[in-house]
Design a protein around this ligand. Structure first.
Ligand code: SF4
Length: 383
């Protein structure tokens, strides 16, 4: 594998495949006039930064519309640095892993200072070394490498999920990805084409997305077929070796939808210490052992908002999975018996007309509740 002749051939064959089959219309990989950059040309850095942070946990086809909207909402790093948390979360809403939104906001404020009065549209004004990027909030080694190689065509190896999978199949790694990271980083480094790092890194990611997919890899049209251990063994799908899978904790969450006399619904805002900090949600909480879900709702709204409610009607229930846990939401319409909502476990509470919920950033699970509220209100108007 580390034989120099093979590596040269592998680079050549991958780049040849990329020239014909790569994804060449990714907007942040093009010049502002829409043309493909030459080897010596640099690209605007801010659009690449936004895209790479969005791509950390999310696939390209999902990211594209969010990136386009983000670039309209915050066209420059200075716009982003001056934006309110609320605006950031609203633009990020639906992408998940919301800590990324907070981190890119913090990063933009650092970069605003770094850039100062220099021309922020000129890539030369931006940092172009890995260490400077890794020092920024939310930027790891792969994100830094992707930014540097894309914007400046500087050789910096990366190791995202796609690349890990390809390389582990290529060498037939007998370790789980997390245990073999050092070797995979070294391999990515050795393979990287120092003359065409921008294209090579993109080609690797495209190979992973289009050919060396996690299920049913299309080895018959892979430019690296003849070098691939897993292909020759006839078992590419067996790689990467899976580590022991953790069973995700499962909880039932009781939610109470409380309406006032004006038809407004009660929402509260998550605190900084919580995941999805700053986002809004409908009040509720985790069912305790031996507790009926209706009682959970009554208890949670009393503890978190200081109000007494009566559970009137179940509106909807559904499962929602996160990377670290599975939740089953049971959502009830509630009647306010007494008390004035206070933010005892949140930043603030608000009564909001259902038609204005769109102006508040909510986690994905709450979006299903918003749809259910709309259906409920329509059916109540047209019995
Ligand atoms: S030959 Fe198959 S398993 Fe090997 S790198 Fe290519 S697509 Fe992946």
């Amino acid at each position: 594998m580390e034989n120099f002749e093979s590596i040269e051939k592998m680079r050549f064959e991958l780049l040849k495949w990329y020239a014909c089959h790569g994804r060449h219309s990714i907007p942040w990989k093009l010049k502002p006039d829409g043309s493909v950059p030459k080897k010596s040309e640099k690209l605007p850095v801010y659009p690449i930064l936004v895209a790479e942070v969005m791509l950390q946990q999310t696939q390209l086809n999902v990211v594209l519309p969010y990136w386009e909207n983000w670039m309209k909402t915050f066209p420059t790093v200075f716009d982003l640095a001056s934006a309110l948390d609320h605006e950031i979360l609203l633009a990020w809403q639906g992408l998940g892993y919301y800590s990324r939104a907070h981190r890119i906001h913090k990063t933009s404020k650092v970069l605003r200072n770094v850039l100062g009065d220099s021309d922020h549209l000129n890539p030369e004004s931006w940092p172009n070394d890995k260490e400077s990027w890794i020092a920024l909030p939310g930027i790891g080694r792969t994100t830094a490498a992707s930014i540097i190689s894309s914007a400046f065509n500087i050789p910096e190896a990366l190791l995202d999920g796609n690349v890990k999978r390809i390389l582990s199949r290529l060498i037939g790694s007998q370790e789980s990805l997390s245990k073999d990271l050092k070797r995979l980083w070294k391999l990515s480094d050795v393979l990287l084409d120092p003359d065409y790092p921008r294209d090579f890194n993109q080609a690797l990611m495209d190979l992973g997305a289009k050919i060396c997919t996690s299920k049913n890899p299309k080895c018959f049209c892979c430019p690296w077929q003849k070098y691939c251990f897993a292909y020759h063994e006839g078992n590419p799908s067996d790689f990467p070796i899976k580590g022991s899978r953790k069973v995700l904790p499962y909880s039932v969450i009781g939610i109470g939808l409380v309406f006032n006399d004006l038809g407004e619904v009660l929402i509260d805002q998550r605190t900084n210490g919580q995941s999805m900090a700053g986002m809004w949600e409908f009040p509720g909480g985790k069912q305790e052992e031996g507790e009926a879900v209706e009682s959970t709702v009554i208890r949670e709204l009393s503890e978190e908002l200081g109000i007494k409610v009566k559970v009137a009607k179940k509106l909807v229930e559904f499962d929602h999975s996160y990377s670290h846990q599975k939740l089953h939401f049971v959502v009830y319409i509630c009647q306010l018996i007494s008390g004035v909502p206070q933010p005892l476990a949140s930043v603030q509470t608000k009564w909001v007309p259902p038609s204005e919920l769109i102006n508040y950033p909510f986690p994905a699970a709450n979006q299903k509740m918003i749809s259910a509220i709309k259906d409920y209100l329509v059916s109540n108007q047209n019995p």
